[in-house]
Design a protein around this ligand. Structure first.
Ligand code: UDP
Length: 231
């Protein structure tokens, strides 16, 4: 049977063109920049820093705070600046996806702040935000159990596909963003929009594991490139 070719020419199991760099911001403790298809995402990390507010600090570990923001010029229809329900939800889910991999207990009464700025969006920004946040944390030399990886899988024209574009997200039958700790295989985040049979879901999840493995290799390469001086 002929393999299904997607509208942008990709096979079902191929990512869009991707680039990752770390350590590109001078004033943050750690940073990362990711391009994937039409997405451009910049992440900066500050911390761990002492949190003076008793109300917000925790005696047994650091508080991980994450802010996802879409620039007004990041999408075709100008995005109204500031928080909205979507960005509040994505900030919360990214922070929950990353928390299990950071040794927060090493830094009581402190905060670790992650800013994710979406400069251009074309579908899949929450997963790329997780990938970039994980890279920026590693760049800030914050101890972690694993370098967390994420990608979206879904169903388009009755085929299970990897890394949905904005158009596939809008017209497809299902979209499942997933974050995985590659060393243990633990899933720290999974959302599902649409309908899949049990077999389709299993196929999609297997593809997400393979996709995250690929992303993890790219993350490692990006970190190594910094130390090789290839920025
Ligand atoms: N999008 C948009 N305007 C918005 C929010 C989203 O044009 O206010 C686009 C953007 O390209 C985004 C895509 O729709 O990447 C899919 O958005 P979704 O909420 O599914 O999140 P994502 O796939 O980016 O994690």
């Amino acid at each position: 049977m002929d393999e299904f070719i997607r509208e942008d020419g990709r096979s079902p199991t191929t990512f869009r063109n991707m680039k990752m760099k770390v350590g590109i911001l001078n004033n943050a403790d750690g940073s990362a920049y990711i391009e994937c298809g039409g997405n451009k995402i910049l992440v900066g990390v500050y911390g761990p820093r002492e949190l003076h507010s008793k109300k917000h600090s925790k005696p047994d570990g650091a508080v991980l705070r994450c802010k996802y923001n879409m620039a007004p010029f990041s999408v075709v229809e100008r995005k109204r600046p500031g928080n909205d329900r979507r960005s509040t939800e994505i900030s919360k889910l990214i922070s929950e996806a990353i928390t299990p991999c950071v040794f927060l207990e090493k830094y009581p009464r402190s905060s670790i702040d992650i800013s994710i700025e979406v400069l251009e969006a074309e579908g899949g920004t929450r997963c790329l935000g997780i990938v970039g946040a994980s890279l920026a944390l590693a760049d800030a030399e914050i101890p972690m159990r694993d370098l967390i990886s994420a990608c979206a899988v879904g169903k388009v024209d009755d085929t299970i596909v990897l890394d949905l574009s904005e158009k596939e997200d809008q017209t497809g039958n299902a979209d499942i963003p997933v974050a995985i700790m590659p060393r243990t295989g633990e899933i720290t985040f999974l959302q599902m929009d649409g309908n899949l049979t049990q077999d389709e879901f299993n196929e999609a999840l297997n593809l997400a594991y393979a996709g995250c493995e690929f992303i993890n290799q790219m993350q490692r390469e990006a970190l190594l490139n910094k130390y090789r001086g290839e920025l």
